[in-house]
Design a protein around this ligand. Structure first.
Ligand code: SAH
Length: 256
């Protein structure tokens, strides 16, 4: 008699948030604590991986800008292979799986192979960084539009960012540290004022977080001077200076 093929196990695409383990959703925390197999990105904080039970199989598929440990196709294939073999997979990704996380590609690969897939949202770096640095992404006095862009893309110069930043708008750039100079030049060439406030938030929500501020024209120098490293976000717009303003107002009141 022919063997019945086993039902494929499920793949969970799980957002691990920006770093601080307290920022996991309850569902993500439960999945991590009960996982037999976790396939994780380099951005996932070690403190989150430490929540897994002893004996959990941990596979790192860390990617960096210059070095690709595992190609995306190979990651997709790994998820599908494990699920078809009957192993439930917790695929842990930094932030939210569907914000610059290639979660869409992994979900497609699973569906194409008949593997059930479920997505667990996470706090994306923009939300984590905004909260930790107390920079509101929208504010009735400053911005009612927020845009998330990837700064690392090839052909940055050809991309049309016109209108994404400026009065009443907040632009949040992921993966923009290495291209900070080109980004500032591009935005200024598009007509943005060189003195628009900018904040760079490195390692948001982690113990080593840094928040640096300055005008757009000084962005590259700021990144260079402080040796900013990935992961870092760049926030451009009036909201980037709000905390400073608030502090200044408090200081004035004290002086009065
Ligand atoms: N899916 C992730 C983004 C992955 S792209 C999310 O939703 O957050 C990787 C980029 O995210 C990094 O280059 C950086 O720009 C940003 N990022 C991720 N974690 C961060 C953190 N703790 N602090 C600042 N930026 C972070």
């Amino acid at each position: 008699m022919q063997n019945l093929s086993p039902t494929p196990a499920k793949v969970w695409l799980v957002g691990a948030g920006p770093g601080d383990p307290d920022l996991l959703t309850l569902r993500a925390a439960r999945l991590v604590m009960n996982a037999k197999l976790i396939v994780h990105d380099g951005l996932v904080d070690p403190a989150i991986l430490a929540m897994a039970r002893a004996g959990t199989r941990l596979i790192s598929v860390a990617k960096s800008r210059a070095r690709h440990t595992m190609k995306q196709d190979d990651i997709n294939a790994l998820l599908v292979r494990e699920a078809l073999a009957g192993n439930e997979v917790v695929r842990l990704k930094g932030g939210d799986p569907f914000v610059f996380g290639r979660g869409g590609e992994e979900a497609e690969a699973c569906r194409a192979a008949g593997v059930p897939v479920e997505v667990v949202p996470g706090i994306s770096a923009a939300m984590g960084a905004a909260a930790a640095a107390q920079i509101p992404l929208t504010h009735r006095d400053a911005a009612s539009i927020v845009t998330f862009v990837a700064g690392q893309c090839k052909g940055l110069a050809e991309q049309d960012w016109a209108g994404l930043a400026g009065k009443g708008r907040t632009l949040v750039i992921y993966m923009g540290v290495a291209t900070a100079e080109a980004i500032a030049e591009k935005l200024i060439a598009d007509g943005l004022a060189p003195d628009v406030p900018v904040a760079v938030i490195e390692n948001a929500t982690r113990t080593d977080m840094r928040v640096l501020r300055g005008p757009l024209a000084g962005l590259a120098a700021l990144v260079e001077r402080h040796k900013v490293k990935s992961p870092a976000l760049i926030v451009i717009g009036d909201v980037a200076a709000r905390e400073d303003n608030a502090l200044r107002e408090v200081a004035l009141e004290v002086v009065k």
